[in-house]
Design a protein around this ligand. Sequence first.
Ligand code: UD1
Length: 323
Amino acid sequence: MKLKDKNVLVTGAAGFIGSNLTDKLLEIGAEVIGLDNLFNGRIENLEEALKNKNFQFHKGDIRDINFLLDILKDIDIVFHEAAFTSVPQSVKMPESCNDVNVNGTLNLLNAARKKDVEKIIFASSSSVYGDTPTLPKKEDMPRLPISPYGVSKLACEAYMQAFHQVYGLKTLSLRYFNVFGPRQKDSPYSGVIAIWLGRIINNEDLIIFGDGEQSRDFTYIKDVVQANLMAAEYDVSGEILNVGAGSPITLNDLAKLILNLTDKKNLKLIYTDPRPGDILHSYADISKAKKIIGFQPEYDQEQGLRDYFIWYCKKYNVNLKIN
Ligand code: UD1
């Protein structure tokens, strides 16, 4: 499906991933409706989009079926990015996580089916794999999530598959691996890179949960946006695809890399207890996404970090030397 002139809905449009995706969709000529309840999302993320005549924003919740039924009329394709996104917060509030992620997604699927939406692309997560020892993670490996968040994303994937099987709705789940980049905010429940950048700017030491030997496959936002476009444009459905950089790094090495890049080698790493619900290693095998939708990440971690930091300093007028 070519996205130009298509009617597209982005849920979670004011969030980090949703807003980046929205901007790209508008750039390629889609008509975009953005939906967000603004709990985590920020309207400032849609500053550019709101100037575009092909964009409409609606404040509302994916758990509200009447709202969805209204919004979904005439929509061809949905990018479902709205979510409860934090692993540690899901450990504190498993019911809220389930309510937003599972009930909200089921609601969206039901509304999409009733309104004859053609395709839904779902933002799943590498957390569905849990702590199984085999690396890299392949899509057909056992999924044994260890956090309520991971369980919720796995349930949504299963609903995506079921709606494809039973109702013929085209669905596709993309398992994101630790996405980072512009608009990721620095809050206690944000991703580690955004948190560390905030601390570096304030000249604070970096906190590491555990021994720092856990690893993540940090993926730059632009590559994730690209994967979504390809997932929409290729005639493929009923699939689950890893979307990662395919190059893991330990938290210790990431900290060193970031301190070098920002010229803050004076800051220390402070080690504290591991975080409950955390998996140890996460590393994507991206061969299936390459084969099926032609996905090829363009950013390595260093290049992505540099671009993100430069964007951040410009946006918030921060004086930080980037090497
Ligand atoms: C992240 C995403 C999640 C996504 C998943 C896979 C966020 C908030 N979470 O989860 O939505 O589904 O990737 O794509 O973006 N850490 C520290 N110090 C800190 C903060 C974190 O050592 O100050 C460690 C954590 O203990 C963890 C690692 O950094 O081991 C990554 O944590 P985090 O950035 O929160 O991401 P995930 O939990 O992997």
